[in-house]
Design a protein around this ligand. Structure first.
Ligand SMILES: [Zn+2]
Length: 514
C-alpha cells in the first residue's frame, strides 16, 4: 500500500504517482513485512526526537529501527538526562511537572537512571501496544491517543496517582489553561497525543542546539526542522554527536545568535555536499524557551526558504571570503526594526530572512570595491531576487559599455563620473549620469551610442519602484561591475583627490536641470 505523504514536491509526486492503485496485500519493495515502529510526522519536536533515535542507532530510515534500537536509545537518554547541566536544560524545555523525565527539582532529587528508564520503557510498551481510543493523535494522525490515566500508570513517580490530561508538561509548548501555546493543538483540556509522538518528544532535547548567553547560560533551545525529512539527519548530527560522545549538550559553537548559527550550519554542510543536495529543501527553525517562570515562555519561528539556502550554500562554497565581506556588516541600532533583528547579529541575514534586497552589501562604496564576483551576484539576483537572466545580461552589457567609455577618461574625471552614479539618489540624477556618459562617448569618439532610446527607457522605468528590481537595483548592479573592472584605477584616483567632493556636488546641481 502506498501512503500519500508530504515526501516530495507536488509536481514530482504527480509525475511518479502510479496510474493504478497497487494491490493492497503487497508491501512496497524493500520495506519490512511488519509495520514500522516510528514515522516522520512533520512536527518539529517529534521529528527531532526521531532523528535522535535514528542517529543514536546509526540508522537513516525510520523503517530500519528495531525494538533493540529503541531500548538502547531510551537507556542512553535515561543516563544522559541525569548528567550535569541536563536537569537545568530539561527545565527550560518542559514544564515543571514532567513526570516522565522528573523535571521538577523536588522530583529530581530522587531521580535515578532506573526510574527514568522505567518510565521511558513503559511509554515504549504503549507504542507497541497502543490499545483502543476514540481519538486519534493530533500530531501524527496515525495512532490512538493516549489517556492521561494510561500514561500515569506507566511512570515511576508518585505523580502516577494524579491522572491528568496530556498537557504542556510532557509535550513542550502545547499550551494549557493560562499558559500560552504555539501549536493548534493547544487546549486547556490537554491534547490527544499518542504514545509514539510522546516518546519521541521526550528524546528531542538530544537533537537540539542550545544557544547560550556570553556567560554560558541557556539563552534558548534551537530545533531545526527540514523538509524533506531525511535532511534533518545531517542538520542535527552535531547535536546528537555531542550527546553521544561526551554527554554534553551542543552549545551551537558558542554562537549567541540562532540565525548566525543556522546560516553557519548550512555553509558548513555545503562544504561536504553538492549544491544539488539542497534542491527543494526548506528549513524552519524553532527557537524557544519554555521556562517555568511566567514571562519566560516564548518561541520564534525562523523560516529559511529554499532560494536562501541555495544562495548561502553557493556563496559560502563558491566565494567564502566574498560572502564573509557581504555578510559581515553588523546590525546597527537603526536596523532594530526588522522582524529577525533580535535573532542575528548581521544585517544581511536579517534582510535576507525578511525578504529584503541585500544588493547594497555586494559593493563597498567607501573602498570602491566589488565584494565578490559577478557570477555570485548573478546567482543572487536570479535565485533570490527573481530577476530574470535576460534582464541581468542586459544590465551587464550596459555596464560594460559604460566601463568601455569611462576607462578612457583621465583618472580624476573617471573618479568624478563614478561618484555621480554613487550619489544618485533621485531618478533625474541617475538619468543625468547616462547623459554624461553618452556625451563622454561622443567626445572620446567611441563608435555606437551607449544605449538605444528603448534601452534607456527600459533601464530607467522598466523596473517598478516598489519591486526589488527598481532603478536602484540597476544602479547597484552597474556600480558593482564598474568597481569590479576599474577598482585599481578608481582607488588610485581617489587617493590623489583632495577637493573632488565639492566639485562633484556642483555638478549634480547642473545635472538636475538636464
Ligand atoms: Zn502521534
Amino acid at each position: 500500500m502506498w501512503i500519500i505523504g508530504k515526501v516530495k514536491p507536488l509536481d514530482e509526486f504527480l509525475k511518479e504517482q502510479p496510474q493504478k492503485d497497487p494491490p493492497f496485500d503487497e508491501p512496497p519493495e524493500g520495506s519490512n513485512e511488519s509495520t514500522p515502529l516510528f514515522h516522520w510526522t512533520g512536527h518539529p519536536f517529534v521529528d527531532a526526537g526521531l532523528v535522535a533515535l535514528l542517529l543514536l542507532s546509526r540508522k537513516h530510515n525510520p523503517e530500519e529501527l528495531r525494538e533493540e534500537d529503541v531500548e538502547r536509545a531510551v537507556e542512553f537518554a535515561a543516563e544522559l538526562y541525569l548528567k550535569e547541566g541536563w536537569g537545568t536544560l530539561l527545565a527550560r524545555i518542559y514544564r515543571n511537572n514532567n513526570p516522565i523525565l522528573m523535571v521538577n527539582p523536588s522530583m529530581r532529587k530522587n531521580t535515578t537512571k532506573d526510574k527514568l528508564e522505567f518510565s521511558l520503557k513503559g511509554l515504549f510498551k504503549l507504542v507497541k501496544n497502543p490499545g483502543e481510543s476514540e481519538e486519534i493523535c493530533q500530531i501524527c494522525g496515525r495512532y490512538p491517543a493516549l489517556s492521561g490515566m494510561k500514561l500515569r500508570s506507566i511512570i515511576n513517580t508518585k505523580e502516577r496517582e494524579r491522572p491528568k490530561e496530556i498537557t504542556g508538561d510532557i509535550f513542550p509548548l502545547l499550551g494549557t489553561g493560562d499558559m500560552r501555546n504555539y501549536f493548534p493543538h493547544g487546549n486547556e483540556m490537554g491534547a490527544s497525543i499518542c504514545a509514539h509522538c510522546l516518546l519521541l518528544a521526550q528524546l528531542f532535547p538530544i537533537a537540539s542546539y542550545i544557544i547560550t548567553t556570553r556567560k554560558g547560560k541557556v539563552g534558548g533551545i534551537l530545533v531545526l526542522h527540514a523538509y524533506p525529512y531525511e535532511k534533518n539527519l545531517k542538520l542535527l548530527e552535531d547535536a546528537v554527536g555531542s550527546a553521544r560522545k561526551s554527554y554534553l549538550y551542543n552549545n551551537a559553537k558558542g554562537m549567541t545568535w540562532p540565525v548566525d548559527f543556522i546560516f553557519d550550519k548550512i555553509a558548513d554542510l555545503s562544504k561536504r555536499v553538492d549544491l544539488g543536495y539542497w534542491n527543494g529543501v526548506s528549513i524552519v527553525a524553532y527557537y524557544f524557551l519554555n521556562g517555568n517562570r511566567t514571562g519566560e515562555q516564548w518561541i520564534y519561528t525562523i523560516r529559511i526558504p529554499n532560494p536562501i539556502i541555495l544562495f548561502i550554500a553557493y556563496a559560502s562554497t563558491y566565494d567564502n571570503s566574498g560572502w564573509k565581506r557581504i555578510s559581515s556588516k553588523r546590525l546597527g541600532k537603526k536596523s532594530g526594526l526588522h522582524e529577525y533583528s533580535k535573532l542575528t547579529s548581521k544585517e544581511a541575514y536579517a534582510k535576507l530572512l525578511n525578504g529584503e534586497s541585500i544588493l547594497p552589501y555586494f559593493i563597498d562604496k567607501k573602498n570602491r570595491l566589488a565584494n565578490t564576483k559577478w557570477s555570485l551576484l548573478a546567482f543572487y539576483c536570479s535565485e533570490v531576487l527573481g530577476l530574470d537572466k535576460e534582464a541581468l545580461e542586459f544590465i551587464k552589457g550596459v555596464a560594460d559599455k559604460i566601463v568601455e567609455t569611462i576607462e578612457k577618461l583621465p583618472d580624476n574625471k573617471l573618479s568624478r563620473r563614478v561618484r555621480e552614479l554613487e550619489r544618485a539618489e533621485k531618478l533625474y540624477q541617475f538619468e543625468g549620469f547616462f547623459i554624461r556618459v553618452e556625451r563622454d562617448r561622443q567626445e572620446l569618439g567611441v563608435p555606437e551610442a551607449l544605449m538605444s532610446f528603448d534601452d534607456f527607457a527600459r533601464i530607467l522605468t522598466g523596473y517598478g519602484e516598489d519591486l526589488n528590481v527598481s532603478w536602484k537595483t540597476v544602479k547597484n548592479l552597474l556600480l558593482f561591475r564598474i568597481y569590479e573592472k576599474l577598482h585599481d584605477r578608481l582607488m588610485k584616483a581617489s587617493s590623489k583627490e583632495v577637493e573632488g567632493a565639492e566639485e562633484a556636488d556642483e555638478e549634480f546641481e547642473e545635472g538636475g536641470e538636464e
